[in-house]
Design a protein around this ligand. Structure first.
Ligand code: CO8
Length: 373
């Protein structure tokens, strides 16, 4: 089997970001209005008054301080509380493709590569904005890549599962070089009127250029990959093509992201730590051989717990970097963005582990080794 490397990575962020303070002020203004509008029903005990959100809770419970969004004005407008997206003509670049193209160009540029060097595009994200044609093929076309493209989706493990697919395609000789693109446009899927989840997600796009290892001397060798899934309803969205035909018609809210956050926390942390430790053992590696863990970015407390279980000691912020403060949870992109932002300081032969986890449940884990010329 051919050896495979991550040659480079690239990032796109929307220009606008929303702080916890701005988000909570909007939510609380809406709650005040809602409680006033429903004062009689609340007073007679028919319905419960809604409780305000708090910046202190959000930061302590999640580590999130702000999130990028494709439309700040729409998110913070209490009569709307969701991004406003201009409907684009069919011959215009779609929202997801535009985000993915920007990240892909960044990855190509940092590797000094162009479209002719690439054989395929995998667009792997939690949700696709349309069913077909594939977003990946639109990105392939816009970049001028002669080859193939396809979409895939495994919720928060979309980025790592996409990467593993690229690795397998290259290892078996199907392609020499593949762009894995993860545009996560999450804020339109988030119910900004739900106190439990209104703060969780942000928008971003990340891209990895994955190549045969004989094409460059610099990069990150893929030493081992793991995928695991176990069915759970604790993170769910019922959005889908059947919604239009369903009887009774689903409510608008039913199509959004919902979760049992506590259960997810309790069930997923041990699964992830166990998988990582088992993967390291199978590869005759110790946790201390991993200079860095680029973990999925859903919750800072979750990451601290997993890193502590894996390292079995106290560890530095550098060993398990967190990007939640700036980005919030970016679904399938999170661990890849952590890698993009924090892969400095590695010498030839240093190793690290990239691991995502989330809805499904799903876990994707990849052991990397730095190759420096
Ligand atoms: N402000 C103030 N108080 C609040 C708020 C708020 N906004 N929200 C809840 N509270 C209160 C609750 O009412 C509760 O009060 P009480 O104790 O009186 O009942 C108290 O705070 C504690 O609430 P929780 O138990 O819910 O709080 P937690 O400490 O568990 O924190 C978290 C909540 C942050 C959600 C936490 O449980 C968590 O992060 N869990 C992990 C979840 C996770 O990893 N999920 C993965 C999701 S990502 C994924 O898989 C991809 C899906 C695809 C996404 C697509 C894009 C949308």
């Amino acid at each position: 089997m051919t050896g495979v490397i991550i040659r480079s990575s690239g990032l796109w962020t929307p220009p606008e970001s929303v702080s916890n303070e701005e988000l909570v002020a909007c939510y609380n203004a809406w709650v005040e209005q809602w409680n006033a509008d429903n004062a009689d029903a609340i007073a007679s005990g028919q319905i419960e008054a809604k409780a305000p959100s708090s910046t202190g809770f959000i930061e302590k419970a999640s580590g999130i301080k702000s999130r990028y969004t494709i439309d700040k004005a729409g998110v913070l407008d209490i009569t709307r509380m969701r991004p406003e997206v201009r409907r684009r003509d069919d011959d215009e670049i779609s929202v997801m493709a535009a985000a993915g193209i920007a990240a892909a160009r960044d990855a190509l540029e940092s590797a000094g590569r162009n479209a002719h060097d690439v054989d395929g595009v995998i667009c792997s994200a939690t949700t696709m904005q349309r069913t077909y044609p594939c977003i990946a093929i639109e990105i392939q076309h816009a970049l001028g890549i002669d080859g193939f493209g396809y979409d895939m989706s495994v919720a928060c493990s979309s980025g790592t599962f996409g990467l593993i697919n690229a690795v397998n395609s290259i290892a078996t000789g199907q392609a020499r070089s593949i762009l894995v693109v993860t545009p996560e446009i999450t804020t339109p899927q988030l119910n900004f009127r739900d106190r439990d989840s209104h703060f969780i997600f942000g928008d971003v796009a990340v891209a990895f250029l994955v190549e045969r290892d004989d094409r460059a001397e610099d990069g990150w060798s893929i030493l081992d990959t793991r995928m695991k899934t176990a069915y759970s309803n604790n993170i769910r969205s019922n959005f889908g093509f059947l919604n239009a035909s369903e009887k009774p018609e689903p409510s608008f809210e039913d199509r959004y992201f919902v979760q049992e956050g506590r259960k997810v926390f309790k069930e997923v942390c041990p699964m992830v730590a166990e998988l990582i430790l088992d993967q390291l053992e199978q590869n005759q590696l110790a946790a201390n051989d991993m200079k860095r863990l680029w973990l999925h970015q859903a919750n800072i407390n979750m990451n601290m717990m997993i890193a502590r279980k894996v390292y079995d000691r106290e560890f530095s912020a550098e060993e398990a970097p967190v990007i939640l403060d700036e980005f919030a949870n970016t679904a399938g992109a999170g661990s890849l963005v952590a890698f993009h932002r924090h892969s400095d300081g590695f010498a030839n032969g240093d190793k690290g582990l990239l691991c995502s986890f989330g809805a499904g449940y799903s876990i994707g884990s990849v052991i990397l080794e730095k190759r420096a010329a």
